[in-house]
Design a protein around this ligand. Structure first.
Ligand SMILES: NC(=O)c1ccc[n+]([C@@H]2O[C@H](COP(=O)([O-])OP(=O)(O)OC[C@H]3O[C@@H](n4cnc5c(N)ncnc54)[C@H](OP(=O)(O)O)[C@@H]3O)[C@@H](O)[C@H]2O)c1
Length: 263
């Protein structure tokens, strides 16, 4: 756990779920944290449970300017070592029912925000002799999932961007870790968007059966400390990913069967 001692770690989506669990565990490992999401009160709650230094930096990441936000984050401790792009929003609607506004809202937060924050922080990492970017993708970023067309597209796009960046960058000491979780028991389904922008407001059965956020966070932290390029963190649904890879017709049959359900 010494890997994280005194490191400055900026976590987006830190008010809830996976981000909150990351904050608590990284704080216990001696990291100095910057916590970002929209809900300042919830961030203060997370901060109050942290055992080490933590700064609250509220922001709506569905809109820039990202350069100013990065400068504000750097000014908290004078540097950033690790950026964890974790904020995200889900979807519960068919492609046909999903309005353009919802499609764009999901792309803004799940694709553009991690990309533009990363672009804005790279010069800092270049000057400081390195740094780490982590992005919470999804198993839906590795395969198509019913009623998640916009979400899956945004996560696929993020996967493509960050994997390409891994192959291209020439910054010494800089690494990128992409995390593809399966189902994790968080508020993701409660906060997911219907096609008209309404909040889904339900804890779906599949979400409920997901692995605990603390377990997911522990595995993410392990992947960060090992500077892994890509890890899939999931319970038994991991077999769907293998099925999609090796027996695609069976995957499509199963996915279509559940296509109309909130799973
Ligand atoms: N749970 C799963 O099964 C699962 C599976 C695969 C991938 N993931 C990914 O894991 C990440 C974390 O999700 P979670 O499961 O922990 O869900 P969650 O409990 O709903 O947390 C989502 C976080 O994102 C923040 N957020 C939402 N909209 C935002 C905005 N416009 N600007 C800034 N922050 C915003 C929320 O905080 P505020 O409301 O305070 O803004 C919250 O902290 C997401 O990227 C999600 O796609 C989750």
């Amino acid at each position: 756990m010494n890997y994280f001692r005194d490191k400055v770690i900026w976590i987006t989506g830190a008010s809830s779920g996976i981000g909150e669990a990351l904050a608590l565990q990284l704080s216990a490992s001696g990291a100095r944290l910057i916590l970002t999401s929209r809900n300042e009160n919830a961030l203060q709650q997370v901060k109050s449970q942290c055992t080490g230094p933590a700064a609250v930096l509220p922001a709506d990441l569905s809109a820039g300017p990202f350069h100013d936000l990065v400068q504000a984050a750097i000014s908290e401790y004078g540097k950033i070592d690790i950026l964890i792009n974790n904020a995200g929003i889900g979807q519960r609607a068919t492609a046909e029912a999903t309005s353009e506004a919802v499609l764009r809202r999901i792309m803004e937060l799940d694709f553009y925000a991690p990309v533009l924050l990363t672009q804005a922080i790279i010069p800092h990492f270049r000057e400081n002799g390195g740094g780490q970017v982590v992005v919470t993708g999804s198993m839906a970023g590795l395969m198509g999932v019913p009623r998640r067309t916009a979400y899956s597209a945004a996560k696929h796009a993020a996967m493509g961007y960050f994997e390409s960046l891994q192959t291209e960058h020439d910054i010494p000491g800089f690494s990128i870790t992409i995390i593809s979780p399966g189902r994790v028991r968080t508020n993701l389904s409660l906060n997911a968007l219907h096609g008209n922008g309404a909040r889904h407001g339900q804890m779906d059965e599949g979400q409920e059966k997901g692995i605990p956020a603390a377990t997911c966070a522990r595995k993410i932290i392990q992947a960060i400390s090992r500077q892994r390029k890509h890890v899939v963190i999931a319970g038994e649904e991991k077999w769907l990913w293998w099925m999609r890879k090796f027996i695609p017709p069976l995957y499509y049959t199963i996915a279509r069967k559940y296509g109309s359900k909130d799973v």
